[in-house]
Design a protein around this ligand. Structure first.
Ligand SMILES: O=C(O)CCC(=O)C(=O)O
Length: 274
């Protein structure tokens, strides 16, 4: 789906846009079933002590609590492109890809494929942050797509963004994830000392609609204490003119899936710029 010129200018000006009903409700229903299957997989990995369970993060607000069917209550699942054919396919959804290409060009690599889960009653919040503070990519110009799997609104703590904050540059000191995860809420708050978040606004989305945002946009969300879950499929894309700059201790090269262009290659290995 080609985006309109005014949407393009809104993205440039505000750092985010919403596109309504891009993913069909049939596809969303399939995603919901797949999320249930992934919870069962998480339980299986935990029981077997499988290394892959590192990608399945339990909800820290609900220690010791499981879903009704005994599977773990999860906060997020990383690398869904590996764990799930459905979410791997969704990363390459033709209409979604066309929109992202309109924003950052024809050649697209996949930086991240994640499910952010905000379970009913227990979903934890996310302090305001800029994704680029955690990502070893330069220039900090990636686009994240957040696909609403459930209706997201004030009640179940939808995304909040600070419009125009991508123009501020990197406001948070660059942060290294602790054990591959974001640093604690308290530390993030410290990193944001003096940053004016007063322009923040909520971004409600109906299931199947998407939010696209620049990796420098300040964003976050409140905890979900409502009886309604708020699950989101997140994908971050970049163009090959963004370089891989590993932080201390990270590997010197990294392979990314190609999702569009680049002569139909499957993957591309980026070496650290020396
Ligand atoms: O899903 C959310 O509420 C926020 C997710 C987020 O901030 C992130 O993944 O960077």
């Amino acid at each position: 789906m080609r985006i309109k010129n005014e949407q393009l200018s809104t993205f440039e000006d505000q750092g985010y846009i919403v596109m309504e009903n891009l993913i069909s409700l049939e596809e969303i229903a399939e995603c919901r079933d797949e999320i249930n299957r992934l919870h069962t997989l998480a339980l299986e990995f935990e029981r077997k002590g499988d290394q892959r369970s590192i990608d399945f993060q339990r909800e820290p607000n609900a220690r010791g609590i499981n879903c009704n069917n005994g599977t773990p209550l999860l906060r997020k699942i990383e690398n869904t492109r590996i764990h799930s054919p459905i979410f791997n396919r969704l990363a390459k959804h033709p209409q979604l890809i066309e929109v992202v290409q309109n924003l950052i060009g024809p050649d697209l690599l996949l930086f991240r494929s994640t499910l952010m889960l905000k379970p009913a009653f227990h979903g934890s919040g996310h302090e305001f942050h800029q994704d680029s503070a955690y990502w070893p990519m330069d220039p900090p110009r990636l686009v994240t797509v957040s696909i609403a799997i459930d209706d997201a609104n004030t009640t179940n703590s939808c995304f909040k963004v600070v419009p125009g904050s991508h123009k501020w540059g990197l406001k948070m000191e660059e942060s290294t994830p602790v054990d591959g995860r974001l640093v604690s809420g308290l530390e993030v708050r410290k990193l944001l000392d003096g940053v004016d978040l007063s322009g923040q606004t909520e971004v409600p989305l109906s299931a199947g609609s998407i939010l696209l945002f620049h990796s420098l946009v300040m964003h976050g969300s409140n905890p979900n204490t409502s009886p309604f879950s708020r699950n989101t499929a997140l994908y971050a894309y970049f163009s090959p003119n963004v370089h891989y700059i590993p932080k201390d201790g990270q590997p010197k090269e990294k392979t990314f899936d190609v999702v569009a262009g680049l002569d139909n290659k499957q993957t591309l290995t980026l070496k650290a710029k020396t």
